[in-house]
Design a protein around this ligand. Sequence first.
Ligand SMILES: Nc1nc2c(ncn2[C@@H]2O[C@H](COP(=O)(O)OP(=O)(O)OP(=O)(O)O)[C@@H](O)[C@H]2O)c(=O)[nH]1
Ligand SMILES: [Mg+2]
Length: 464
Amino acid sequence: MFERSRKGERALLIQPYANQPQSGGAPDPDLLEEFADLARSAGATVTVLLTARIDRPNPATLIGSGKLEEVRAAADASGADLILVNHPLTPVQERNLERALQRRVVDRTGLILDIFAQRAQSHEGKLQVELAQLRHLATRLVRGWTHLERQRGGSIGLRGPGETQLETDRRLLQKRVDMLQKRLEKVEVQRTQMRRARVRSELPRVALVGYTNAGKSTLFNALTGAEAYAADKLFATLDPTVRRIGLAADAGAARGGSGGGVVLADTVGFVRDLPHELVAAFRSTLSEAREADLLLHVVDAADPARHERIAQVDAVLAEIGAGDLPQLLVFNKIDRLGDDPHDDGAGTPARPFEPRLDRPAEGRSRVWLSARDGRGLDLLRRALAEALELRHVGGRVRVPPQAARLRAKLYELGAVKAEVADEDGWQVEVELAMSDARRLFAQPHGEWLRPLVEDAAGGAAGPA
Ligand SMILES: Nc1nc2c(ncn2[C@@H]2O[C@H](COP(=O)(O)OP(=O)(O)OP(=O)(O)O)[C@@H](O)[C@H]2O)c(=O)[nH]1
Ligand SMILES: [Mg+2]
């Protein structure tokens, strides 16, 4: 992996924008700020921010020649080592810009790849990043090579040394890509086996998703007591971390049912317009999100752009095939909110924002909490239990002799409170999590649980 620390490098940032009248002809300041965050996350010091209006993109250099002059002057004056462009650059544009500016030029995908390379910790994460980097590189080499090939016109005698080098590079690259792909497939098989084992244990799966830096890992740690890596950097987490957690001590977890237990996964943070190569590279990491029963969509409540962030995360979720999964919105970092915006607004004194759980009649439930302080975690556990139907249902069911396996499963779950045997089988008094009841209901002989599952609409026994 090419790990390039940008530590201490001085970067000049360019935000290209189209002159669209509906935006008032100005670039979105949010875009530039986020790009600066990305640059800082890569370890660079941002020295200059420039915008560049692009009416017609210049195929050779993207920006026009006047702008190029301005960039060169600003780069010289600020002592920039590096030019970062928040726009995809073709290999040709990148090369021409580097030549004209006498500095390294990196586009948005290159920058995100760079951050990913610095962050990846696990074997799988590193393989994924290297593969994405090589693919990014390969498009460049291949194009350079075909371009030369055309010039050569098929004449053997004209094969130059540079070109041979490119061909060798390309072959080596392809070999490495193949090797990485094989290794990744192996890791994926292992992961699938692990996931199957988990499915067999039939615990509901919950994945933390959200914009990068929203506080997913902090919340993961708070819920699991684990030490997942949390940091004020974009993409602090690149590798999925998975832990089993109990939701409520009073929800029957002690009796061995899945009541109260879920498997929680932390995932990589999302960012607007995540480059497609990266979505592809992190397909298996993101599968934790895709295959979850429920998503905890974590939002930085103190981010003024939080509504756009939610929409951007939803867009990425749709892209990876997780758009239709049930979600709970978690507004994190309420300790950074001043007074309660749900206040009556009648001049009552400012008070700290209190944790709360909103259950609108339509749409996703929302929990407001602080992962850092741990305030509101109880509400989140309750909302999770509700959403996953971990609440308990109870009652008496008849189990005939031919459904003995169902009875055995009820015992396995610790759901049997009492039973009476008679010549028709058993009268069993049970209490179990709704999710378990529904699961057994769908299995052979499950129809004997119908009274439990159908009663559920009218309220159930047991703690919430
Ligand atoms: N004030 C405050 N800060 C928080 C809270 N939760 C997380 N943070 C901070 O927010 C920053 C990002 O937290 P992480 O948990 O790493 O965020 P993440 O969503 O996992 O980020 P990525 O893995 O980079 O996508 C860290 O500096 C945390 O300390 C909170 O409830 N209140
Ligand atoms: Mg994280």
